[in-house]
Design a protein around this ligand. Structure first.
Ligand code: BGC
Length: 732
């Protein structure tokens, strides 16, 4: 982890219907593609012919912390990569250098989990487009994101960067995101392939899982990213899979990614994830990054010493490795370069950085992701009835964008919750703020701070508590905690004595609104029953506080939905319950198999605190007239949804499929379609979804293929995985 210390120290300073806009682009892009493709391949052939062995090797490993090697003699530049999925940092990253002058002003988007909580693939696209435009403005070629690892346990430190516990939701959102980036002529790099579902021992843990779990749960989002999203690059994970490091894993990379999925792009190693020259070369790693910390001194990196450096030259010269293997890697890199004008940057779109339009997208994502978990007639607050508000909680005044690991962004500004509320209420309402707890390692409840918080709430007409998790205590890598790269959370408890503080505040203010920030669920046992309004704000980015204030004061109706189940307690989580997290240091057995998230809670009848897909609104929706029609094995689902309340709002109609009888145990139901509908008060719209045959299949381990077993299936529509509305049967 040594490299991470220096790195961060330095850096510190669908639903088918709703995807139509993306599909039309896909059609356009593929039209006439073959001539373009063959011309490109011919150009690649001619370049490869001109290259020496040494030049080829130069291209397939790093030349600095964030660039691949170039061949100036042939006009081949370095490829410049940018961390990560939430903003395009200023620093070029040759030597892990940060923008110490503090002039960095990238747009800091809400994190991956927020994007997924919008359940709006168009916003995935919009967020990707922001990154693509900012990458163009900064001369970067590859965005190192998005991350799509499945949320297997709430303890994973990087859940905030990822999308969902559900492969279908993650797939729909990632496709939009990638197209948003790549339509700007920039490459996306989907990560971390595969099963990087924990940070504990991420550099060595060997993940064992069944073939069915791989196919049904852990692979689909990557497959969608490559096949539907057309991702130009994929990042191999640090961990091992069935005994072999993922970055050079014969089965995952050669057989599945490049074989079955037909991936023609570049497999980039995670930083320092290559461990062996022969395996890396033979098993599909195309670009080795970050090995300066394992092969030489971090202070004086020698890139020739990389596994795919001088050693490789010797091995080819001795005949131990065929040069054709290198040619394939160079071909993939050149393909990415030619597709995205890396050699002809003057042909690139100009791009733009931190524009009002980008900030507006950050705001929209935040607005649509903030999720109302509970509301017993407390929200929205009515400004006209309030003279004084108390805002309590150190998180209310904390900026999050600049921490969390490689996805951190030095943003020009960040509207915290406190600032957002202050801006919205202006001078008309007095705001009293008290932190109530200290954000410090190991800090527990502090009676003095609790007393001061109680004092601040005296006479207040409304109390808003903003707490939850943080990325880290300081900018130092090894001082990070909770939602962070490199380590997992110790448990699901709120840190810093927040439970005691909430308890004291609720006794005095039973109508207190609790807002929680963080990458996932916390244990709410001590306050959930007594709290009338709970809001999950995630990490909402540069404009987060504005979005939160608009929701709290009812300027807009919340429409975020949980992309993961919120269990009552950690012991309910299948991986944790089985003792199969984080493994024994060497191996982690995914005995929870396909029973991840709601698939487990629903089927095994374990009551969650808030179910997958849950999220309340200030208005109400009525579902009617469900019609299910089949055409062969494709099923069309139609229904009407009406906004029956007094306010405009959005509803995410979720479509689940239940296999009534199967040869294998199947989940109670699985998400196979969704659509986010925006409805004015009183408005009614028809939703039409097409479920293709894949929606009904399971992976048969014996036959080694997906199987659609004929019989009865129930199509279930709902507002969450528990709030089910209309059902209909279909016989396939
Ligand atoms: C992370 C990647 C990141 C890379 C470069 C690695 O440690 O796992 O997500 O893109 O570093 O910073």
């Amino acid at each position: 982890m040594k490299h991470k210390v220096s790195k961060v120290l330095l850096l510190s300073v669908v639903l088918i219907g709703s995807l139509s806009f993306i599909n039309s682009k896909k059609v356009k892009m593929s039209a006439g593609g073959s001539t373009v493709d063959s011309k490109r391949e011919a150009k690649i052939d001619s370049l490869i012919k001109l290259m020496t062995l040494e030049e080829k090797v130069t291209m397939i490993h790093a030349s600095s912390s964030f660039t691949s090697g170039g061949v100036p003699r042939l006009g081949i530049p370095e490829i410049v990569m940018s961390d990560g999925p939430h903003g395009v940092r200023k620093e070029h990253g040759r030597d892990w250098e940060a923008d110490l002058a503090g002039t960095d002003s990238a747009t800091c988007l809400p994190t991956g989990v927020s994007i997924a909580a919008t359940w709006n693939p168009e916003l995935g696209y919009a967020a990707g487009k922001v990154l693509g435009e900012e990458a163009n403005a900064r001369g970067k070629d590859i965005i190192l994101g998005p991350g799509v690892n499945i949320l297997r346990t709430p303890l994973n430190g990087r859940n905030f960067e990822y999308m969902s516990e559900d492969p279908y939701l993650a797939s729909r959102m990632v496709v939009g995101f990638i197209k948003g980036v790549q339509d700007q002529g920039i490459s996306a790099c989907v990560k971390h392939y595969l099963a990087n579902n924990q940070e504990v021992n991420r550099d060595k843990i060997d993940v064992q899982m069944s073939e069915r779990a791989l196919r049904e749960i852990y692979l689909p989002a990557f497959a969608a990213a490559v096949q539907e999203g057309g991702a130009n690059s994929v990042m191999g994970a640090y961990n091992k899979f069935r005994g072999q490091f993922c970055t050079h894993n014969e089965y995952l990379v050669n057989k599945i990614l490049k074989g079955e999925l037909g991936f023609k792009g570049v497999l980039i190693s995670d930083w320092g994830a290559v461990h062996n020259t022969l395996e890396a070369v033979q098993n599909g790693c195309d670009l080795e990054m970050g090995s300066e910390f394992t092969t030489s001194s971090a202070n004086k990196p020698n890139y020739d010493k990389f596994f795919m450096g001088d050693t490789l030259i010797k091995l080819v010269k001795s005949g131990a490795i065929e040069e054709s293997l290198l040619n394939d890697k160079v071909r993939r890199l050149l393909r990415l370069m030619l597709k995205t004008n890396v050699m002809t940057k003057d042909k690139r779109k100009k791009g733009s950085i931190n524009t009002p339009a980008h900030q507006a997208i950050a705001l929209q994502v935040a607005e649509e992701s903030i999720t109302l978990l509970k509301n017993e007639n407390v929200l929205p607050l009515k400004k006209q009835n309030i003279k004084t508000i108390a805002v309590i909680g150190a998180n209310a005044d904390r900026k999050h964008c600049g921490a969390g690991g490689s996805s951190q962004v030095n943003s020009k500004y960040e509207i915290t919750a406190l600032k957002g509320i202050q801006k919205l209420v202006g001078n008309s309402i007095t705001i009293k703020y008290a932190p109530g707890y200290l954000i410090k390692k190991g800090k527990t409840a502090d009676q003095e701070l609790i007393n001061a918080a109680l004092e601040a709430t005296k006479g207040a007409d409304a109390v808003i508590y903003v707490g939850g998790w943080i990325h880290g205590y300081s900018d130092a890598w090894n001082d990070n905690a909770y939602d962070s790269e490199g380590l997992d959370k110790p448990d699901m408890q709120l840190p810093f004595g927040q439970n005691e503080l909430i308890d004291a505040l609720l006794k005095a203010h039973p109508n207190m609104v609790v807002v929680l920030e963080g990458g996932g669920p916390v244990d709410m046992t001590s306050f959930v029953e007594r709290t009338k309004a709970i809001v999950q704000a995630w990490y909402p980015g540069i404009e987060g506080g504005n979005a939160l204030a608009k929701i709290v004061f009812g300027e807009i109706s919340p429409s975020g939905k949980l992309p993961m189940t919120f269990p009552k307690k950690l012991e309910d989580v299948p991986a944790n319950k089985l003792g199969e997290y984080p493994g024994d240091g060497k191996t982690v057995n995914y005995k929870d198999d396909i029973w991840v998230g709601y698939r487990y809670y629903d089927t095994k009848k374990v009551e969650p605190l808030f179910p997958f897909g849950h999220g309340l609104s200030y208005t109400s929706f009525e579902y009617s007239d469900l019609k299910v029609q089949k055409n062969g094995q494709t099923v069309t689902v139609k229904l009407f949804v009406k906004n029956t309340g007094k306010m405009a709002g959005a509803e995410v109609v979720q479509v689940y499929v239940k296999d009534e009888k199967a040869a294998v145990e199947r989940p109670e139901k699985e998400l196979k379609g969704f659509s986010k509908l925006f409805l004015k008060a009183g408005e009614k719209k028809e939703v039409s979804l097409t479920l293709n045959p894949d929606a009904f299949k399971y992976y048969d381990e014996g036959k080694k293929q997906w199987v659609l077993e004929p019989g009865k299936f129930t199509i279930i529509t709902g507002s969450s995985s528990k709030d089910l509305k209309l059902k209909a049967d279909v016989e396939l």
